[in-house]
Design a protein around this ligand. Structure first.
Ligand code: NAD
Ligand code: DAU
Length: 340
């Protein structure tokens, strides 16, 4: 593989993947494509811009003309699609853009890969396509055989994209793989998501809004471990296969928030319990047996280590998140939390 196209490269996981791949594969060239929505931040890619093996292209994956033009002009050996509307709460408010970007954008990329000689394509999906698990059945986990059963417009749009990817494999023989990962955390995580929101609110002396009673469980994975898994799938995964990625790192939301406060040396008085998210999934938990056995993947970073690294990153990158929070996101935050 000479040239990799990474879509959604200016977002949280896409940017971490760009850095991981540039470091890991010294001959690889990367084109980072991103529409720079509210979630995409070119400041995040500033160090990559210095690297002669990286090139940034501003484009929307739903813009068929622009995406085809890029593929026509530049040979691409593989595509990893991170570009998406990714926040569940926003999907409850404005579902349409989720369907457009997450489903129709995926279709444009699949069509491009097909029209340019069956380019290898990897779809970054989510464990949310499996719905949720009950809190009183800790013996249950999501496997690749778990039926699709979505809860939010976000997860429904990601499931729609997954089905389309598989349809292109069966109908056209597209060389595709899909990964379904649990909740990521780490550097460059947009501060609308639980962990970065709690860290930055605590640092700003603001309340920490916990939905419902804070009993919902998420299966946390340090972002670098996710990047490592995608690299393995891209190089050694079998076309037409789905791989679950997760690290048996389950925590209730309240435990996560308290752990953040402990690392910052703050007490719990800023925690406020706010109105729950409609349709709120109770528990996610991945069974990673398939990727472990097939590709030898395992999570290297345990939660305590990963959370400490993450908190330290936000402490030392205040400019990054203060800038993010001072823009359009400030209006969103006001609207989303004022009546909760
Ligand atoms: P993010 O919101 O931080 O980044 C998404 C990026 O996509 C942004 O840079 C945004 O500008 C870009 N984008 C949005 N619409 C676009 C469009 N139409 N054309 C081009 N670019 C567009 O999201 P993330 O957390 O980095 O998630 C990346 C992918 O991983 C998503 O597909 C998401 O569903 C999936 N995922 C995320 C997690 C998680 O915990 N964050 C877990 C599993 C799967
Ligand atoms: O599981 C993978 C998914 O993880 C990805 O597909 C999504 O793109 C990603 O956003 C994430 O979805 P969640 O809904 O789990 O993440 P979020 O950070 O929004 O919320 C995590 C949990 O914390 C969830 O139970 C809701 C709760 N929460 C969230 C926010 C923003 C709060 O209690 N308070 C908050 O202010």
């Amino acid at each position: 593989m000479n040239t990799l196209l990474v879509t959604g490269a200016a977002g949280f996981i896409g940017s971490n993947f760009v850095y991981y791949m540039l470091e890991k594969h010294p001959d690889l060239k990367i084109i980072g494509l991103d529409a720079l929505t509210y979630a995409g931040n070119l400041e995040t890619l500033a160090p990559a811009m210095e690297n002669e093996r990286f090139r940034f292209v501003k484009a929307d994956i739903t813009d068929r003309k622009a995406v085809f033009k890029l593929f026509d002009e530049t040979p691409v050996d593989a595509v990893v699609n991170f570009a998406a509307e990714s926040h569940v709460d926003r999907s409850i408010d404005t579902p349409e853009i989720f369907l457009k970007t997450n489903i129709l954008g995926t279709q444009v990329l699949l069509d491009c890969c097909r029209a340019h000689g069956n380019i290898r394509y990897h779809q970054v999906s989510t464990d949310e396509v499996y719905g949720d698990l009950p809190l009183d059945r800790p013996d249950l986990f999501f496997t690749e055989e778990t039926p699709i059963h979505t809860s939010s417009p976000y997860s429904a749009s990601k499931a729609g994209a997954d089905l389309l990817v598989m349809a292109y494999h069966r109908t056209y023989g597209a060389a595709v793989t899909i990964s379904r990962c649990s909740n990521n955390y780490g550097p460059y995580h947009f501060p609308e998501k639980l962990i970065p929101l709690m860290i930055t609110n605590a640092l700003e002396g603001k309340p920490l809004p916990v939905y419902g009673e804070g009993k919902n469980v998420r299966d946390w994975l340090y972002v670098e471990d996710h990047c490592k898994a995608i690299d393995l799938i891209l190089r050694s995964g079998v076309p037409g296969e789905v791989y679950n990625i997760g690290g048996h790192n389950e925590r209730t939301n309240l435990d996560v928030v308290k752990a953040v406060l402990r690392l910052l040396g703050k007490d719990e008085s800023a925690i406020v319990y706010v109105k729950d998210r409609p349709g709120h999934d109770m528990r996610y938990a991945i069974d990673p047996t398939k990727i472990k056995n097939a590709l030898g993947w395992y999570p290297e970073t345990d939660f305590d280590t990963g959370l400490k690294k993450t908190v330290d990153w936000y402490l030392t990158h205040r400019d990054w998140w203060e800038h993010v929070k001072s823009g359009e996101y400030a209006d969103y935050y006001e609207k989303m939390y004022k009546n909760r």
